[in-house]
Design a protein around this ligand. Structure first.
Ligand code: CUA
Length: 335
């Protein structure tokens, strides 16, 4: 519930894009999330039954053995010591309940963790950064950011296989409607899989405190049909558009320090610290899900990222008006 409110408020709402904005783990839409939902319900049912029995007995006892008018306050009820039956019952029953819970949890954990990806699985490498997501497709030679494109379909189990790493501190990858959380830890790789059934946008967020802008490390999964995914990947793979009408704007961009941190494939810009900008305009949002990627926001962002996302690693370069106009004009050609 809390995560629903938080993410729904923070995520930029992109006009015209149908989104699964209810980031509620009780409305699962993929395999791992379904398994976890079922075990959550079972655990809830068992603990609710325990609560009802225990609370019921307490309420009954309080009422049944209350002090009545005229009763002697020194009159103690009969004391029972060392009843083997009672002690056996309250030892054995809880042990059985705990073993049932351990058993079903272990089964679901094994089912989710040990699912081996089919040959056709889509391999995705996600690298957490303060405070954005780098997304790589090793089989396609594609790098993008903050939007994880994956394949939707009925084939199921492990159709998308994610390798999770971190460039700095511990982050956590969480799309509540698709799967549980998995941490991204420096110097190690964690794995998880997702099999969204329906195409669409699923929103989520970083789920491990990772610094000032943790709450603005938002995330979206774009699940597509195989054909749409291939089309997207083919465009991502192509080098940046070289538009002759934007030649001056490009020259300005290439002369600034933007190129030290950002890559635009096929140009001198080859920095690796910040998000790859080769196809920036195909992305729905800026600043890891905070703002809709439109002209107004892009201009504000380039002008002073610190005003929009204080503490983020991109400084304000105090660009002149002409430089700012040129940089934004050039970025807008990167489709
Ligand atoms: Cu990354 Cu919190």
């Amino acid at each position: 519930m809390f995560s629903y409110v938080l993410t729904a408020l923070l995520q930029a709402q992109v006009p015209g894009v149908p989104e699964h904005r209810i980031t509620d783990m009780f409305k699962p839409l993929a395999g791992p999330a379904w398994s976890e939902y079922n075990i959550a319900l079972l655990t809830f049912a068992i603990t609710a039954a325990i609560f009802v029995v225990v609370a019921g007995l307490i309420v009954y006892t309080i009422y049944r053995f209350r002090r009545r008018p005229g009763e002697d306050s020194q009159n103690e009820p009969p004391q029972v010591y060392g009843s083997n039956q009672i002690e056996a019952a309250w030892t054995v029953i809880p042990i059985l309940i705990v073993f049932v819970l351990i058993g079903v949890s272990a089964r679901v954990i094994a089912e989710v963790e040990n699912a081996s990806p089919p040959k056709s699985t889509l391999k995705i490498r996600v690298i957490g950064h303060q405070w954005w997501w780098e997304v790589r497709y090793p089989d396609y030679g594609v790098t993008t950011a903050n939007e994880v494109h994956m394949i939707a379909g009925p084939e199921g189990k492990a159709s998308n296989y994610l390798e999770l790493e971190s460039a700095d501190v511990i982050h956590s990858f969480w799309i509540p409607q698709l799967a549980g959380k998995t941490d991204l830890i420096p110097n190690r790789a964690n794995y998880m899989w997702m099999d969204p059934r329906d195409p669409g946008v699923y929103v989520g967020n970083c789920a491990e405190y990772c610094g000032t802008q943790h709450a603005n490390m938002l995330l979206r999964v774009v699940a597509q049909t195989p054909e749409d995914f291939e089309r997207w990947a083919a465009n991502e793979k192509s080098p940046a558009v070289q538009s002759t009408s934007a030649a001056t704007a490009k020259a300005t961009f290439d002369s600034l320090s933007c190129v030290n941190c950002h890559t635009v494939t096929g140009t001198p810009a080859g920095g690796k610290f910040g998000p790859d900008l080769t196809h920036l305009m195909t992305r729905q949002t800026l600043a890891a899900g905070m703002f809709v990627n439109d002209h107004e926001n892009l201009r504000r962002w380039v002008n002073d990222p610190q005003e929009l996302k204080p503490g983020c690693l991109m400084p304000s370069f105090k660009l002149t008006d002409k430089e700012l106009t040129d940089v934004v004009a050039y970025l807008e050609t990167l489709k």
